[in-house]
Design a protein around this ligand. Structure first.
Ligand SMILES: *[C@@H]1O[C@H](CO)[C@@H](O)[C@H](O)[C@H]1NC(C)=O
Ligand SMILES: *[C@@H]1O[C@H](CO)[C@@H](O)[C@H](O)[C@H]1NC(C)=O
Ligand SMILES: *[C@@H]1O[C@H](CO)[C@@H](O)[C@H](O)[C@H]1NC(C)=O
Ligand SMILES: *[C@@H]1O[C@H](CO)[C@@H](O)[C@H](O)[C@H]1NC(C)=O
Length: 329
């Protein structure tokens, strides 16, 4: 699955190279630079993660990765400045940034430099900040390019915002009159009565939705964020939201917004329209719902339940309660 990362080919001769234009690293195995210029230190799961963290920080010139300890330290200086300081240590790796070929820094800032999706911005170094960029998901002429919001921070970034919604009756969440609003132009039960939007949302509280038929042009991985329920990243399986296909999905909770039911696992099934909008749930049906995008103000309510019990366990008393869906390939 393609993510917002630098595709790296790793060989035993200890060289790391970005496949796409971006950041390149020269690697010395069993070596590290004495670290008086450390700007950050932390646990990582792989050499690749360490290189990615360094790649995204302009101030990072080189890094040490200690395989046994799983630690990564970012350094503000490179070996070239302090040749004598490279030390030998088994299981250590010294990574030195060797530049970012090609200047792509203006990509997505104007209609004529529109990118296919926010994910394309991932090849820039340093990683651009979250914000509004021009995108042209269908390729070809840029005449139909448009502005969209990119999340370049969450879970590696490269996410295109396709929907920002709020609720019709947050205060009485489990009332039948509560629903998400507005809704994308997806195919649902004809009772669904909240307004339809086809205008791409320009931030997380700009309540709008991108034309649903364009979502699949951006990818199939889904990030669901909300300030009243936990954040999920869902990879498609037999089920897929953008394909409007019922079935298994592989979801992970990436941020706990609430401590309620912190031990519960993420939902595992996507269904387009068992009721008045799509839902993510576990198994069984009505009592295992985690997210339900109910768009009917006459019945049901839009479950945002961190316990996955289809109950009102969402975070209460939140100012400007809302949710967002982002897509990435
Ligand atoms: C909340 O919704 C319930 C169920 O629809 C209703 O009985 C109750 O009166 C509502 N409460 C308020 C404060 O609106
Ligand atoms: C979000 O976008 C809307 C519409 O463009 C704008 O009115 C609002 O100020 C923006 N809010 C934030 C927090 O940027
Ligand atoms: C949505 O996109 C489809 C396919 O590009 C297009 O045919 C349709 O007219 C669009 N709908 C709206 C409301 O823009
Ligand atoms: C859902 O939970 C309620 C109350 O906990 C229970 O009465 C009901 O039978 C459950 N429904 C299903 C379909 O499991």
């Amino acid at each position: 699955m393609l993510r917002c990362t630098f595709l790296i080919i790793f060989s035993l001769t200890a060289k790391i190279k970005a496949e796409e234009p971006g950041v390149y690293f020269k690697i010395e195995e069993n070596s590290f630079l004495s670290d008086e210029n450390t700007i950050w230190n932390g646990k990582v799961d792989s050499l690749m993660s360490c290189s990615q963290i360094c790649a995204r920080r302009a101030a990072c010139k080189s890094a040490n990765f200690m395989a046994k300890q799983g630690t990564c330290s970012l350094l503000s200086a490179g070996q070239t400045e302090q040749a004598e300081k490279l030390l030998k240590w088994e299981g250590s790796f010294y990574l030195e940034k060797v530049g970012s070929p090609g200047d792509s820094s203006s990509q997505g800032t104007t209609q004529s430099t529109a990118v296919p999706s926010c994910q394309t911005l991932c090849s820039q170094s340093p990683l651009p900040s979250s914000g509004v960029y021009w995108i042209d998901p269908d390729g070809g002429s840029q005449a139909n390019a448009f502005k969209a919001y990119c999340d370049m921070q969450t879970e590696g970034g490269g996410w295109t915002l396709v929907w920002s919604y709020t609720f019709t009756n947050y205060k009485n969440f489990t009332a039948k009159s509560n629903a998400i609003t507005p809704r994308p132009n997806w195919q649902v039960n004809s009772n669904v009565n909240v307004p339809i939007s086809t205008a791409p949302p320009l931030n997380e509280t700009d309540y709008n939705a991108m034309n649903f038929s364009q979502w699949k042009q951006l990818g199939r991985q889904v990030l669901i964020k909300s300030n009243i329920n936990n954040w999920l990243v869902c990879h498609p399986g037999t089920g897929s939201l953008v394909d409007w296909q019922e079935g298994d999905v592989s979801c992970q909770i990436v941020t706990h917004v609430t401590d309620t039911c912190k031990d519960r696992s993420a939902p595992s099934i996507f269904s387009p329209n068992k009721g008045f909008g799509p839902m993510f749930y576990t198994s069984g049906y009505s009592n295992s719902t985690y997210y339900y995008f109910d768009g009917y103000t006459g019945n049901n309510w839009p479950t945002h339940d961190p316990c996955g019990e289809n109950q009102g366990n969402h975070l209460k008393n939140v100012v400007s309660p809302h949710g967002n869906i982002f897509i990435r390939a």
